[in-house]
Design a protein around this ligand. Structure first.
Ligand code: CAA
Length: 382
């Protein structure tokens, strides 16, 4: 799809596209099969500005905006979704610290997060019993003297074991959503440990762990934002994060479509390339149409974010539509490949496995519908 992009947006997209093609794609199969968390790739992405695309230049970011970020996410995801999910969470964490953090926190963490020195950032919100409802989180932060003592278990933490700094949500009072606060926890802090990585259906090259906090001692310097503001900060960060996951879905689906078009020209049956048959042509027409519709929704949400206009509804619409779309498109891609789609000789089985979580993480499709409906009704009320 060619839209009227600014020079900066084109530059970021092309940088990501070249890096994805030359560095990320050739190793994507091994990243998945051998469950290799790509530390050196993140370091290189840091050097290229891809870990802080929407982070101001004064903190080491590219300062290129949300549309640029979405375009970069689409390109890296086209090559490897295991790699792009860590990229997404690092961008989300560094952006949040930049938006909310004190000057000291920004100077301390953001430049090294976005240049890849800290490898990755992590977003530790969910807990074993609290995924869709983060306000039910039980991890506590109790003040003793000038120390905060954190205890609890965070679940499904992307890049958890590798992240140089983790944004961690903990309960500072029993006041439901208003009792959550947000802390910055550095790798290596005493009392911080991890479960063994989850054995996942897809995104097998990404690292997903429980993060365990046992009497982790922090000070006020680690408190991110105001006491009790944690839930709102999570929602603000997730609005942007959902643009990232929508972009990931668009990238994976585009890769699945391209693989299908190629295969349909190469594979012959009944004396014809299978792409000559209308059954497959119609499938590919639907795949291409819905993939492009998802890109437009995603870029629209990113454009609104760049324009400093409300984009909660649009980010949820993009995430809902793009993630459902990528699951359908990847499923059809396997169908078009027939038996070969079901084995790892072709990449489409990986695309399908990687797409599956997109309707679940950063808010399930059901949660996106809750958000969209609320926003529509709120707007109608106003
Ligand atoms: N921006 C700013 N503020 C917001 C907001 C937003 N988008 N959404 C809600 N808020 C505010 C509300 O205005 C409200 O403020 P007041 O108390 O001042 O009125 C407050 O937050 C509470 O809002 P709600 O009453 O709407 O809260 P709720 O408990 O009903 O929950 C929800 C709403 C949308 C269901 C929310 O819980 C949610 O998004 N759940 C999904 C969580 C999620 O996406 N988790 C993903 C984990 S991270 C991950 O997956 C990362 C990874 O590793 C890939």
């Amino acid at each position: 799809m060619e839209l009227e992009l600014t020079e900066t947006q084109r530059l970021i997209r092309d940088t990501a596209r070249t890096f994805a093609r030359d560095v990320v794609a050739p190793r994507a199969r091994d990243t998945d099969r051998l469950e290799r968390f790509p530390v050196d790739v993140y370091r290189q992405m840091g050097e290229l500005g891809l870990l802080g695309v929407n982070v101001p230049e004064e903190y080491g970011g590219a300062g290129a905006g949300a549309v640029s970020y979405a375009l970069a996410m689409m390109e890296i995801s086209h090559a490897c979704a295991s790699t792009s999910v860590g990229m997404a969470v690092t961008n989300m964490s560094s952006e949040l610290i930049c938006q909310i953090g004190t000057e000291a926190q920004k100077r301390k963490y953001v430049p090294e997060l976005v240049n890849g020195k800290l490898v990755a950032g992590a977003f530790a919100l969910s807990e074993p019993h609290a995924g869709s409802d983060p306000g039910a989180g039980k991890t506590t932060a109790v003040k003793r003297g000038d120390r905060w003592i954190l205890n609890g278990t965070k679940q499904w933490i992307t890049s958890g074991q590798y992240a140089g700094v983790l944004v961690v949500w903990a309960r500072t009072s029993n006041d439901g959503n208003k009792g959550l606060s947000c802390f910055l926890v550095e790798k290596g802090t005493a009392g911080l440990s991890y479960s063994k990585p989850e054995d996942k259906l897809g995104l097998r090259g990404s690292n997903t762990v429980q993060v365990i906090l046992e009497n982790v001692e922090l000070t006020d310097a680690h408190l991110l934002g105001k006491l009790g503001d944690g839930f709102k900060l999570a929602m603000i960060a997730l609005d942007g994060g959902r643009i990232g996951i929508a972009s990931q879905a668009c990238g994976v689906a585009r890769a699945a479509l391209e693989a299908s078009v190629k295969y349909s020209k190469e594979r012959h049956a009944f004396g014809h390339a299978i792409g000559d048959f209308q059954a497959l042509r119609f499938m590919m027409a639907d795949m291409a149409t819905s993939q492009q519709a998802a890109e437009l929704l995603t870029l629209r949400a990113a454009f609104l974010k760049d324009s400093k206009r409300p984009f909660t509804r649009e980010a949820s619409m993009a995430k809902l539509f793009a993630s459902e779309m990528s699951n359908k498109v990847c499923d059809k891609a396997v169908q078009i490949h027939g038996g070969y789609g079901y084995i790892d000789e072709f990449p489409v089985e990986r695309y399908l496995r990687d797409a599956r979580v997109q309707t679940i993480y950063e808010g399930t499709s059901e949660i996106q519908r809750v958000v969209i409906a609320r926003e529509i009704l709120k707007a109608a009320g106003a």
